[in-house]
Structure formats: structure tokens, C-alpha cells
Design a protein around this ligand. Structure first.
Ligand code: HAM
Length: 429
């Protein structure tokens, strides 16, 4: 008999309490880094008008062509579960008048994203991203600040031996000529390309560069490089960015085949890879998107940002054996001898909770020994034993046992319990 008739949808996960400390650890660090660099939190809807992604992410990307969860709502409007966060954030920036705030607007969020892809290690259909964006700023220092923030986030989490890959893919001035050159080159080498690449060549030649199939590699290696075909402004921007990143002491490799999978990028693109690189291992990536606001019908507004996958970070923390701090320590676990004691124990537990001290309590009417077992399993620091609850003065005293040291039980007047558990006063005798 299966435990239930239902299964979570393929490519989704249930994050259970055992794994939750990893999530809390990464989320706490995200917030800390956001505070340290003065980013404000934004939360946008889980679904948007489909056009936001078709126009923003780009109609010929894998994401839009194959991976979106798109549906008609009951009013007949086409909606899409967001496959990423940037397009929705820029939509919110435009719609909510953030263009008239002091610029740039520095934002961060944690979001669920949805992509219908073949699930495998590190690749989910519902996944979570941490996302940082700087909107309204063309200065390459913004690109560098984001790279530095992303790098510091990983370092603070304890991840080691990551590599930063960078490239510039130009802008609307220089990219068309470069893409033409690239397409001409590929047309001259069609025999060395797989069928998928030959098809892509007609829709999105740039994306061929990150094709991983071995049969295409020889042709791809010889392809013209975007960084060699930048206009003067893009070149200055690229050099400026890398100068700041270098100045911050962050090592990087220029990777001429790094183009990223979303069409909104202009100029800077980057990715962070783990020490062991697999097909689905990129921990995070980002870039500049100076034309995105216009593609969404807004005024020209430069922007730059990155996103990093929570699941990928957590996989890497586990692969690198990083020790995670436990989420909160349970201070007191109440055990009792009878129903009267149970009533008192509940009252005392509530008093502790109201005073900010964590407390748990045994349910049911198990034997004292079993209740102590539950206290141990809960990882409580102290077991608090409440008396019978019906005798004269039974509610005046409790006994506490330090489960960490395994010492003797000590009697404590109930009036002192909060202080004793806070370590402000020793137990009686
Ligand atoms: P992206 O490279 O598509 O960029 O995704 C960013 C990160 O999300 C990836 O590096 C990876 O860690 C994680 N990720 C992507 N797809 C999956 C998946 N199927 N399962 C698990 N994790 C995944 C973006 O989404 C851009 N919005 C980043 C950005 C922000 N660019 C500018 N601002």
C-alpha cells in the first residue's frame, strides 16, 4: 500500500525540517549581504502576463520556446509561471513608478521559478533563486558591485574553489555585425554542427556558442569572439568592469563562449561555476540588460543583476561538507507525571514561550521514561519535570535536568524558572 495516493509533481521537492537549516542559513546570509550593500527587498507575483517573458526573456530562447508553464486563466488571458525573476522585477520597476525614485534602484528577492525541463541532479521544474538587481545605472561599477556581492555571499557561506567566468556580448550597436559574422562563420562550417545547432543558426546564432555536444566543439572553438568585435563604448565598459573586479581582488577567467540563455543581456555577462563542472552545475549567473525596459514598453533604462539557485548552492554546500549552524536550540522540554502535572506543564511552557525561551512539551499520557526519550530526541537542553499537579504546593517547584551534561535533577522554584533557564541564576541545591 503506498503511503498516499498522490506524489509531488516531477521536478518539485518538499523541503523537510531536516534540510531546512540549509535554507535558513543561505537566506540569512542573503539578507545580511543585502543589508551590507544597501539593497531593498522586492516581491513580485509568481505569474505574469505571458508577454513579459516572451518580450523580456526572448521568444527564441529555450526557456520561452520549450520550458514555460503557460496557461489561459478563466478570463482568457495568457499567463505564465515565472521562469526567472528579472523580467517581472523590471515590469514592477516600470509599473510602480520606481523610475522617478533616486537612481539607481537596488533590489533583491528570493523567488520560486518554474521551467519545464528534464529533471536531474540540480535541475528542477520548480526551483528557488536569490536575485539581486541594480536598475537605472549604466556605470560598470554596478556590474562590479554585483559580482563582488555574489562572490562574498558564496565565501561567507563557506564555499571554496569557485570560478568566475566573464564575457561581454556587446550591445545593439556592435552586436548585429558580430552576429552576422558569427552566422557567416557557422554557415561555412555547417558540416561540423549538429542538427539542433543548424536549426538554431537561423533563429539565435549566439546561443550556439554554449552548445556542449562534443561533435560541435571543433567548429565552436574557432568561432569569432564577441569581445574582439565590441564597439568603443562597449569595450570601455568591459575594461572598466573588469578593472573594478580585479581591484576588488576577485579572480576571473574571460570566457569567449559565455553567452547565457536569456536574450535580454547586453554587454557584461558572467557565471560562477563550482570546482567540478557538470551540465547543470552553474551556481549563479547574471549580466547587464540595458534594453530590457524598452522591450517591456518602458523608457530606456539600463540595468544589471544576477541570480543564484538555492538548490545549487545547497548541493554545493553538501558536496563541500560545509557545516551548517542548527536552526535555533530548543531550551526546555516539559515532562509530567499525571494529567494535573500536564496542565501545569502547559501553563509553564506557555510562560517560557511568552518570555522568549523555546519550550516543547510531551503530548498524550506516555510514561515518564518515554517522555524523557522524546526530550532527548528533540535535542532539548533541559528537561523540566512537573510534579503531580494536584498536591498542595505542587505548582511551586519544578525539577530541571541538564540533558547535555546528564547531571542530577535540580529543584527550582517556579518563580525562578525563566532566570535559571536564561543562565542568570543558579538552580537551588
Ligand atoms: P539563469 O542563469 O537562467 O539566470 O538562472 C540563474 C540560476 O538559477 C542558475 O545559475 C541556477 O543556479 C539556477 N537555475 C536555473 N535553472 C534551474 C533549474 N531548472 N533548477 C535549479 N536551478 C536552476 C536568470 O534566471 C537571470 N534572471 C539572472 C539575472 C538576474 N540576470 C540579471 N539579473
Amino acid at each position: 500500500m503506498p503511503a498516499t495516493q498522490f506524489q509531488a509533481p516531477r521536478g518539485t521537492q518538499d523541503i523537510l525540517p531536516d534540510d531546512a537549516p540549509y535554507w535558513a542559513f543561505v537566506e540569512d546570509e542573503m539578507r545580511r549581504q543585502a543589508r551590507l550593500a544597501n539593497y531593498g527587498e522586492i516581491r513580485t507575483p509568481t505569474f505574469e502576463d505571458t508577454g513579459v517573458f516572451q518580450r523580456g526573456v526572448g521568444a527564441t530562447t529555450d526557456i520561452v520556446e520549450k520550458e514555460m508553464y503557460t496557461f489561459l486563466d478563466k478570463g482568457g488571458e495568457s499567463m505564465t509561471l515565472r521562469p526567472e525573476g528579472t523580467a517581472g522585477i523590471v515590469r514592477a520597476y516600470l509599473q510602480r513608478g520606481m523610475a522617478s525614485h533616486p537612481q539607481p534602484v537596488k533590489l533583491f528577492t528570493e523567488l520560486t521559478s518554474f521551467r519545464y525541463d528534464k529533471p536531474q541532479k540540480g535541475r528542477f521544474r520548480e526551483f528557488h533563486q536569490i536575485d539581486f538587481e541594480v536598475i537605472g545605472e549604466a556605470d560598470p561599477l554596478a556590474d562590479a558591485e554585483l559580482v563582488a556581492l555574489q562572490w562574498r555571499l558564496y565565501a561567507a557561506l563557506g564555499l571554496r574553489n569557485l570560478s568566475l567566468q566573464v564575457n561581454s556580448i556587446g550591445d545593439q550597436n556592435c552586436r548585429p555585425a558580430y552576429i552576422q559574422k558569427l552566422a557567416d562563420y557557422f554557415r561555412q562550417h555547417l558540416d561540423g554542427l549538429c542538427e539542433e545547432c543548424q536549426r538554431r543558426l537561423e533563429t539565435n546564432p549566439l546561443r550556439l556558442l554554449d552548445e556542449k555536444k562534443p561533435q560541435c566543439q571543433a567548429v565552436l572553438e574557432g568561432a569569432p569572439r564577441s569581445a574582439d568585435h565590441l564597439c568603443a563604448e562597449c569595450r570601455t565598459h568591459f575594461e572598466g568592469w573588469l578593472g573594478y573586479v580585479e581591484g576588488a581582488g576577485i579572480p576571473f577567467s574571460i570566457n569567449p563562449r559565455l553567452v547565457r540563455g536569456l536574450d535580454y543581456y547586453t554587454r557584461s555577462v558572467w557565471e560562477v561555476w563550482p570546482p567540478v563542472v557538470g551540465a547543470q552545475s552553474t551556481i549563479g549567473g547574471g549580466g547587464r540588460y540595458d534594453a530590457l525596459a524598452e522591450q517591456l514598453g518602458g523608457r530606456p533604462t539600463p540595468g544589471v543583476g544576477f541570480a543564484t539557485g538555492m538548490e545549487r548552492i545547497i548541493l554545493e554546500l553538501k558536496d563541500q561538507d560545509v557545516a551548517i549552524p542548527p536552526v535555533g536550540d530548543l531550551c526546555a522540554f516539559f515532562v509530567f507525571r499525571n494529567e494535573g502535572g500536564k496542565r501545569l506543564a502547559f501553563r509553564f511552557a506557555e510562560t517560557l514561550r511568552a518570555s522568549g525561551i523555546s519550550a516543547d512539551i510531551s503530548f498524550g499520557d506516555r510514561a515518564l521514561r518515554k517522555q524523557f526519550g522524546a526530550a532527548d530526541r528533540a535535542g532539548a537542553h533541559y528537561a523540566v519535570v512537573v510534579g503531580e499537579g494536584d498536591g498542595e504546593g505542587d505548582g511551586d517547584w519544578v525539577e530541571i535536568k541538564d540533558l547535555r551534561t546528564g547531571g542530577d535533577q535540580q529543584r527550582v522554584p517556579i518563580a525562578d524558572l525563566v532566570k535559571v533557564l536564561r543562565g542568570e541564576r543558579g538552580a537551588a541545591e
